[in-house]
Design a protein around this ligand. Sequence first.
Ligand code: SPD
Length: 391
Amino acid sequence: MPAARLARITCLLLFTLLAACGESGDPFGGSAGDAAAPSAASAGNDDAGHGEQVLNVYNWSDYIGPDTIANFERETGIKVNYDVFDSNEVLEAKLLAGHTGYDIVVPSASFVARQIKAGLFQPLDRMQLPHYNNLDADILHALATYDPDNVYAVPYMWGTTGIGYNVAQVTARLPGARLDTWGLLFDPDTVAKLADCGVALLDAPSETFPAARFALGLPASSTSVTDLGAAEAALSSIRPYVRYFHSSQYINDLANGELCVAMGWNGDVLQARARARDAANGNDIAYVVPREGALMWFDSMVIPKDAPHPANAHRFLDYLMRPEVIAAVSDAVHYANANAQATPLVSPAVRDDPAIYPDAQTRARLEAAAPTNPEFDRLVTRAWTRVKSGR
Ligand code: SPD
């Protein structure tokens, strides 16, 4: 990717993140898995003290290359226990409960701010990260909005939350309709026409409520209780047409034709497209950033305070900072990484896909996910329970 284009993207990241800070400029707004215990939590000794060759990683599902872990294990002799989750809410609940046994976890930046304040992570030791300089300086600068001075978090991938759909199934039910709109999910008359071919939403209130606010023309990151009520009403109105709420199942179901529309993350929808192509099953899957706007986010790697193997964690982070390693991850997962040196190594099919590296017009519609606000989130969680239960 040309450096100028990358620079434009990262400037946008910076701009939108700063915009999310609000007028005060305070990104924290002035307020403050589904996996069981890690498969190796029981094996957690201090690598510094005992040199145990183990690393416990808790990452998003479908978010690593097919050989990334095996290559690391072969190169270092460190055995990786790798567990997955599919929402920030699940990860955060686990972190707050404590004693996870994990050495690396991967929250989104918007959740990282309050998790740092809660003392959940240990500072990085840059001496153990010789490839740190490969990271994109503008993205690091943007991440500093949530993690001042980049003390705790290493950016991993970034992306957008939009809509994935089956082109033939949706156009057959909505002939001539524009499909680049949240109306596909939030207009009850529209979504009623799609219910028979399968509609799914992310099981993540941090995504569904901003999407509903975009659909309603409200500020996506609004913490107004009135706006929250309007978003809840919008979500409740489409509840009868939603087949399920889940944050990873939609990849396979879009690919195999079991769903025709899903709120989803760009790379996951594109993985669905790739799986359908590999299966040659005739399902053509598209991803759209709705014209009303959408969230952009980036996910970062952090080391929990009580990580049993912090030295191994640093080794893994540094491994992922090698351009050829992280470029291969982007190729596999269809997400843009945060490594400036890796961009030329990402395959052109990924690098030039505007669903992964959005063009200027699309970027203008993106808004960075705002830092989470615990007090307001309690209201959101209750509203989300009401939406899902249909009460
Ligand atoms: N399958 C990997 C999905 C990663 C999505 N991260 C989402 C962050 C949302 N704010």
